[in-house]
Design a protein around this ligand. Sequence first.
Ligand code: SF4
Ligand code: FES
Length: 237
Amino acid sequence: MVNMIIDGKDVSAKKDTMLLEAIRGAGIAVPTLCAHESISRSGACRLCVVEIKKGNRTRIVTSCLYGVEDGLIVNTQSPRVQNVRRLVMELLLARCPESDVLRKMAREMGVEPQARYAADQDKGKCILCRSCVRVCEEVVGVSAIGLFSRGSYKEVGTPYHEKSDVCIGCGACVYVCPTGHIEMLSTGDKRKIWGRTFKMQTCDKCGKHFAPVDQLKFISKKTGVPFKNLTTCTECR
Ligand code: SF4
Ligand code: FES
C-alpha cells in the first residue's frame, strides 16, 4: 500500500494503481470523460487533472494516467487545477457545442461557451477521445472503426466511410462513448449502426430481439460454442 494526502485527508491506496482511483476511493469527485473501466486509459479528455506536490515541487498531472506514490500530496480543487479544468472544458465545449453531456458538465463547472475559439469542423458530439476505437479493438477485437484525417478534419468512423465488413453491430462503441455521439437505431429485428443494418436474433424462449446475428456468429467462432446454444437472451438463460 502507499500513503498519500489528498485534499488534506490521509488516503491509502494499492501500489500500481492510478491516482484517479485513489481519489475516487477517498470519496472525492473528479470530472472525467474518457476513463472507462473496460478499456485502457488514453488521457484524452484531460478533465481529470489534479495538482501534486513532491518535495518542494508542485505540478499538474492527469490523474487517470498517474500512478500512486508514497508521500504524495494531492490537491484536486486548487485554483490552478480549476483554471486548467475550466480551460479544457471551454475547448471541449467549443469543439462540441451541441453535446448535452458537455453542456451539463460545463454548467456545473460554471463554464460558458467562449466566442474566442474558432468553430471547428462539425464533429457532432465527438470529442475525439478514441474510447469507441479502443473498445472495438481491445474488448471486441474487431477494429471496425478508427480516427481518420488530420487536424480539425479528424473524425471517428469506418475507413473511407464505407460499410465495415468486420463490424458485428454489438454497440460496444455506443456504450463507452461519453458524449452520445454514435448513433445506433434498433427497431424490430433490425439494428442500424455505422451505415450498416444488422439482423437481430430472436430469443428462442421469449421471442425478444436481443443481439445481432453477426455478433452471435462472431462469439460462436471465437469461443467454439455452437451458434444454436447462443440463441437465448440473458434473461431467459
Ligand atoms: S465517438 Fe464518442 S467514444 Fe468515439 S471518439 Fe468520439 S466521443 Fe470518443
Ligand atoms: S479521464 Fe483522465 S484524461 Fe480523460
